[in-house]
Ligand binder design. Structure first.
Ligand code: FCB
Length: 470
């Protein structure tokens, strides 16, 4: 990652092209994921996922919340697609719940589960909205977890079989596919720190989960080349790392943090090897893998999906694991409700880093957004969320800057369309541009939705003129 100053807020971006700066045909989307919005997780023969179990284990999820109802999107998807159309979205990124399609994770296909996505895709196409499908957004079938989940080498084949089943059903209508969402979070949150399903805390497991996630990604891309006719990519979360000081210890820690989070997945997938720092990070927990695995992992990709929320200023900290580093808080910076520094220059840096390091692949920004404490819906049926509006505006300016500097960016999805189930934080954190009243399931577009609608209508040409709502 490029190194920045490490200090101070950077909310002002310098637009490179006041006439617009976004190419014709740019995709303006919003993103969600299955378990976070659908509800009805066991409907129509679906098998339970690891999140179903995680939520039912006391103490793991804030307020004992679960995705049992969520935004009830499984039953309200038509209304939600109508809402997307009103916002002017021309793309919608969602994920498929593996256990709806294959209740036991492999073997028998559940036609009713597949049918839901079939109807959703038709509804999107009728509304002129491009479906962007993610095959895995963290909801592994519980039956596969019982067989070791991401620690079992066979998971690569299980995933490729599931993927092929979905391609056969939807590739005639879906043109943008992604294998995994944020494999780093699956390994770090699910197997190392235990904050996410399946909740393991084992530094010897995390590198194994990583490797089989990558093999599964490669196997699903291979299956796509046999079955599919459009585009497939991998979605990663990038968080540029900047040293807190120019001292040697901070620089080493920064390189390791960058390897762990930013290069651990993209380097094998695009270059065919892990970053050298991984062995320093995991020491004896870092295994050797056969060369043939890297031939499977490194497949030709049509694009990279980048999720961007924040950056990290890194200071060496011998007590931290697995990277001996800690995030250094920035005086004067603005932080979101999830305690993420608002730092749009980090998105410019991440996009230019992908361009330089990986040969300027096509990129979709597959997630970007923020949770801030929202006021209640006003009597007039409106909700003012000026901090989210500003967050989106400065990050869209960052996208424009990266475009002007030659990055091949094809689209942008705000996280998220709807307030939803934010994993172990439950419903306490709201990322939506549309407010959801969980008691009534009423949807209320926030000021940020109105802002985004204007941006889309102008293909991004109005970002500098637009002012915050009072
Ligand atoms: C990302 C996840 C997404 C959501 C946002 C806030 O890491 O992909 O599901 O939780 O963070």
């Amino acid at each position: 990652m490029p190194e920045g100053s490490g200090t101070g807020p950077h909310l002002k971006m310098h637009g490179a092209d006041r006439a617009g700066g976004f190419p014709a045909g740019f995709l303006w989307g919003a993103a969600t994921s299955a378990y976070q919005i659908e509800g009805s997780p066991l409907a129509d023969g679906a098998g339970p996922s690891i999140w179903q179990r995680f939520c039912r284990t006391p103490g793991l999820v804030h307020n004992a919340d679960s995705g049992d109802v969520a935004c009830d999107h499984y039953r309200r998807y038509r209304e939600d697609v109508a809402l997307m159309r009103e916002l002017g979205l021309n793309a919608y990124r969602f994920s498929i719940a593996w256990g709806r399609v294959l209740p036991a994770g492999r073997g028998a296909v559940n036609a009713a589960g597949l049918g839901f996505y079939d109807r959703l895709v038709d509804e999107l196409l009728r509304a002129d909205i491009e479906p962007m499908v993610t095959l895995y957004h963290w909801d592994l079938p519980a039956a596969l977890d019982a067989q070791g989940g991401w620690l079992n080498p066979d998971v690569a084949h299980w995933f490729a079989e599931y993927a092929a089943t979905v391609y056969r059903s939807l590739d005639g209508r879906v043109r943008k596919w992604a294998t995994l969402n944020e494999p780093w979070v699956v390994s770090d949150g699910g197997y190392l720190r235990g904050a996410l399903a399946p909740g393991h805390r084992n530094r010897y497991e995390a590198p194994v989960a990583t490797h089989h996630l990558l093999r599964a990604h490669g196997a699903a891309v291979q299956a796509y080349r046999a079955e599919g006719r459009h585009e497939i990519g991998l979605v990663v979360n990038l968080e540029p790392k900047y040293p807190a000081t120019s001292g040697g210890a901070d620089r080493v820690a920064t390189a390791q943090a960058d390897a762990y989070m930013n290069r651990q997945y993209l380097d094998p997938a695009l270059l065919g090897h892990y970053p050298p720092e991984m062995r320093e990070v995991f020491e004896d927990a870092w295994p050797e893998w056969p060369a043939a695995d890297f031939a499977l992992i490194r497949q030709r990709l049509d694009y990279i999906g980048v999720n961007y929320y924040t950056r990290s200023v890194v200071g060496a900290d011998q007590s931290a694991q697995p990277v001996r580093a800690a995030r250094v808080r920035q005086a004067g910076a603005i932080y979101t409700e999830t305690d993420w520094e608002v730092y749009p220059q980090g998105l410019v840096d991440a996009l230019l880093w992908v361009k330089e390091r990986y040969g300027n692949p096509p990129v979709y920004i597959t997630e970007n957004g923020a949770a801030f404490p929202d006021p209640p819906v006003a009597a007039a049926g409106t909700l003012e969320d000026p901090l989210r509006v500003e967050y989106l505006r400065v990050h869209l300016q960052a996208v424009r800057t990266a475009l002007a500097r030659g990055a091949d960016i094809r689209g942008y999805c705000v996280w998220s369309l709807l307030d939803n189930f934010e994993w172990s934080l439950g419903y306490a954190k709201r990322f939506g541009i549309v407010h959801v009243d969980y008691a009534t399931q009423r949807r209320t577009p926030k000021a940020s939705a109105a802002f985004y609608r204007q941006v889309i209508a102008a293909n991004g040409a109005c970002l500098d003129e637009m002012k915050l709502s009072p």
